[in-house]
Each structure stands twice: as structure tokens, then as C-alpha cells.
Design a protein around this ligand. Structure first.
Ligand code: NAD
Length: 281
């Protein structure tokens, strides 16, 4: 695969363990397992070099197939997967990563996340110890969490030795998560924003449509550019090649500070997904 202009434009963020992550990537939630390899291939063609999958999505195999077929050197692709909710526990966390690696056809991932804290089950601290083991043995280059609230992060800090490299949380214009972002900033945790365009819902917000007209860009590009400017790591999902290319084409313009503030002002603390304090068993 030849060099792609978009790829060089995507900035990297240095995680708290010095591993570099491309700030922009490709999410594969709800992409049919049979269509995943093609979608990831289209993303590589458009310049994406960071793929966000999960055991829950049941499409790790397609991600692995596209990586193998791309011929890209392993160190030019950043791969994240996530432990499924049934896999909590120290040994299980390691064993489940080994199974993911087999499906992906890789000997390590770049980032391994606890998908949901499931506080009622109360195993996330033990699970995190398994993550520390997986890190030490080189099965993953970095470890992090997803959907953790401040109380869950506080417990990891009190009872374990490793600060998560990232917390991947629901974050879009109507759920801007100011408290968690501030917590992350204070503790050196990078913010990853899932459903960055609100699964499409953000694109019809009046203020976003007005900004799209002002900048001559699409609503998706305005929202994704906002995430980049406030420091979030994002990986929008699409299986449409035109949208895949549109979404990464955001590194040649900048939103003015007051327009960034306008988008922040849309916050309504409105979740599309489940509440992490009560989700899971
Ligand atoms: P998203 O905000 O990326 O939106 C995806 C939807 O928007 C799709 O329906 C797509 O067709 C549409 N879309 C994409 N680009 C568009 C464009 N340019 N114009 C118009 N419509 C467009 O939502 P998502 O898939 O939920 O989130 C992105 C990624 O975040 C996922 O693929 C996954 O990797 C991750 N995620 C993680 C969690 C978690 O619990 N950790 C939960 C949900 C998603």
C-alpha cells in the first residue's frame, strides 16, 4: 500500500506510558463481521492507521484479515480491542486477550481496554491486575479502561499500580463530559470519545449545520474537528467509503475558539448509551 496523504496529517498523542496513538481512527462497532475486512481496507486506503474493535463486536477476525492483506508494517497500525463483559477476573482477562490475538492474527495489540466496569459485579480491580500482567508480558503495548466513572478510576488508583492510559467514554456535542475530562487531565489519562458524532444525531443540530455552512464543510467534519481541537481521540464508524474518506478529511482547517465554545455549549448531559454506574451485572 502506497503512502497516503491523510495519514501524515493525523496527529499522534503520547499516552502516559510514552506509547503514541493516532488521534484519529476507525471504529468498527456494528459493522457486520462479513463486511468488516472490506470496511477496514477502505479505511486504510483513506489513510486511517488506528482501528478500534472489541470482543463484543465479533469482528476481530475481519480486522485481522484487513491488516494482513494491507501489507502495512505492524508498527504502522494501532489496534485496540476490549475485554467482553463476561470475561472479568485476573486470569480470564489474560486468557481472553490471547483469544483476541488469535482472531486478529497478531502477537500483540497496542491497547487493551476493560469495556465496561460493571460495578455490581465488582471484579474490575481484579480484572485490572490481569491487564497489568498482559502489559508486562508484552501481549499489549498499553492498557486502559472504557466507561469508567471517577469513582471507578479512584479505586484503581487506590488498589493497583498502573494508571490507565485512556478512558474511552461516550462523548459528543450533547454529552461533553466536562467532569470526566477534567479528571483525566489531572491524572494523565487520555480521553477517547465513543459515538463521536452521536451515531449521526449530532449532524442535524442547528448550530452544527450553521457551522458547516460557515466553514464549507460537512456537519460530520465540524463535529470531528471539534473533538480534535479539544484533545479527544476519535474513531467514527461508517461502512460507506465516501463517508470514511469524508470523516478523515479534517486536518486542513481549524475552528475558531468561539465556534469550539458554541459546540461545548450544546451539552445537555444526554446519553445515547447505557449509564456505566448501572450497566452490567
Ligand atoms: P458514531 O458517532 O461514529 O456514528 C456512527 C453512525 O454515523 C453510523 O450510523 C454512520 O452511518 C453514521 N455516519 C458516519 N459518518 C457519517 C457522515 N460523514 N455523514 C453522515 N453519517 C455518518 O457512532 P459509533 O459507531 O457508536 O461510535 C464510534 C466507535 O466508538 C465505534 O465504532 C466503536 O469503535 C466505539 N464505541 C465504543 C463504545 C464503548 O462502550 N466503548 C460504545 C459505542 C461505540
Amino acid at each position: 500500500m502506497g503512502s497516503v496523504e491523510g495519514m501524515t496529517q493525523v496527529p499522534s498523542i503520547k499516552l502516559n506510558n510514552d506509547v503514541e496513538i493516532p488521534q484519529f481512527g476507525f471504529g468498527v462497532f456494528q459493522i457486520d463481521p462479513d463486511e468488516t475486512a472490506k470496511a477496514v481496507r477502505d479505511a486504510f486506503e483513506a489513510g486511517y492507521r488506528h482501528i478500534d474493535t472489541a470482543q463484543m463486536y465479533q469482528n476481530e477476525q475481519g480486522v485481522g484479515q484487513a491488516i494482513a492483506e494491507s501489507g502495512l508494517p505492524r508498527d504502522e497500525v494501532f489496534v485496540t480491542t476490549k475485554l467482553n463483559n463476561g470475561g472479568h477476573g485476573t486470569e480470564s482477562a489474560v486468557r481472553e486477550l490471547e483469544k483476541s490475538l488469535e482472531r486478529l492474527g497478531l502477537d500483540h495489540v497496542d491497547l487493551y481496554l476493560i469495556h465496561w466496569p460493571q460495578p455490581k459485579q465488582d471484579l474490575y480491580v481484579q480484572t485490572w491486575r490481569g491487564f497489568e500482567q498482559a502489559l508486562a508480558s508484552g501481549l499489549t503495548r498499553s492498557i486502559g479502561v472504557s466507561n469508567f466513572q471517577p469513582a471507578h478510576l479512584d479505586r484503581l488508583a487506590a488498589e493497583t499500580d498502573t494508571v490507565p492510559a485512556v478512558n474511552q467514554i461516550e462523548l459528543h456535542p450533547t454529552l461533553t463530559q466536562p467532569e470526566l475530562r477534567e479528571y483525566h487531565r489531572k491524572h494523565g489519562i487520555a480521553t477517547e470519545a465513543w459515538s463521536p458524532i452521536g451515531q449521526g444525531e449530532s449532524l442535524t443540530e442547528e448550530a452544527i449545520v450553521a457551522l458547516a455552512e460557515k466553514y464549507g464543510r460537512t456537519p460530520a467534519q465540524i463535529v470531528l474537528r471539534w473533538h480534535i481541537q479539544i484533545g479527544n481521540i476519535v474513531f467514527p464508524k461508517s461502512s460507506n467509503p465516501k463517508r470514511i474518506a469524508e470523516n478523515i478529511d479534517i486536518f486542513d482547517f481549524e475552528l475558531a475558539d468561539d465556534d469550539v465554545a458554541t459546540i461545548e455549549g450544546l451539552n445537555a448531559d444526554k446519553r445515547r448509551g447505557p449509564n456505566p454506574d448501572t450497566f452490567g451485572n
